[in-house]
Design a protein around this ligand. Sequence first.
Ligand code: ADP
Ligand code: MG
Length: 430
Amino acid sequence: MSGLRVLVVGSGAREHALAWRLATEDGVARVLVAPGNPLMAPVADVRPDVRTDDFDGIVALHRAERIDLVVVGPEAPLVAGLADRLASEGVACFGPSAAAAQLEGSKAFAREICRAAVVPMAMGRAFASARGAIEYAAEIGLPLVVKADGLAGGKGVTICATLGEAERAIREALEDGRFGAAGASVVVERFLTGREASVIAICDGTTALALPAARDHKQLHEGDRGPNTGGMGAYSPLPDLADTRLQEIVGQVFEPVLAHMASRGTPFRGALFAGLILTADGPRVLEFNVRLGDPETQAILPRLPGPLAPVLLAAATGSLMGLPPISTMADSTVALTLAAAGYPTAPRTGDEIRGIDDARAARALVFGAGVARDDQGVLVTAGGRVLTVVGRGSDLAEAADAAYEAAARIDFAGKIVRRDIGRVAAELAA
Ligand SMILES: Nc1ncnc2c1ncn2[C@@H]1O[C@H](COP(=O)(O)OP(=O)(O)O)[C@@H](O)[C@H]1O
Ligand SMILES: [Mg+2]
């Protein structure tokens, strides 16, 4: 065979990092991205007309371009059944079926699977009626956490310091329809204390191979304050969760979940992302995502020495067993989100972006997300998270310096960058 033809579905910096990475690999003949963004053009064939919800368009692209493997970036098309559609066309898809994607699509379902598979998580329960939820909230003690069951764009979780707040959060979801159908039931959970970690495993239905751990920062402002965003930055490795400890988490979390999902007839194939909290009593699962993290992926992929395409293909075709564990380079990465003025509530668009070549000349990686070309072909901002800039170094301090130096070379009006990503000495002392 003359090399794989891979289609990446999505348009953000995560998909850019995937396309960049796959395009460098010997076993890959061609990378296409749908819909992609203009910054991906040097590494991939970008198809802006094929949106992530256009399943017919994606299938047509597969037929026209004889795609061997589809790698799906975001969760929404997976929850909506893109992998099932591709399976019915006989295309290998890296990403779970709609049934398996319920691990992200429903937090109540994820809790049910963890309970059945005996995976450690916060004490909690799911409710469809406010009365039961409020009674339970009074039982479990404060602070507590109320979560909308379904996909709520990262806005469905409320940490409640008082029962009054909990009652309000419960009623807003269940009675006022604040999250629409995503809030038709809620999870009420005990609040856990500890640092968070993102551990992602590449799964083929039975076998899980862990990627190096990363930590993202969702809040807009330094010190994890301010409104939640899609993610302001990430780093890898974690000083408090060494890559060498990942195997324990594979045994405690991923293997039991895969075994249980398979036993229900809904095997999980794709990237299973465990949002963990590292408590004094060990790691606990806060949630699952059914895809690679953004911005975690941008921090993780540059740390992998070996080729990625064979691992993704093996996951998609159920043949991971027998592959060696995913090896990791010793160096560190810090990934910074460069966001637009007004993000996350009302990001401004249309500001000219300059300096990407300068940033790359500083040996940083630059991945595009909310970017577009205007009528004159000028690169402009076109979304909240505009770019990810990744710095590398022999430790996190060096990687952060590299990332910040490169990020400073990129300019657009109103640019927002969190100043403390990867500054772990300060973070771990806090
Ligand atoms: N049980 C919990 N204890 C402490 N913090 C929590 C708990 N559950 C969620 N959180 C906090 O809320 C954030 C969002 O919750 P998560 O379950 O990851 O939902 P989503 O990412 O879908 O918004 C977590 O990253 C964490 O900071
Ligand atoms: Mg989360």
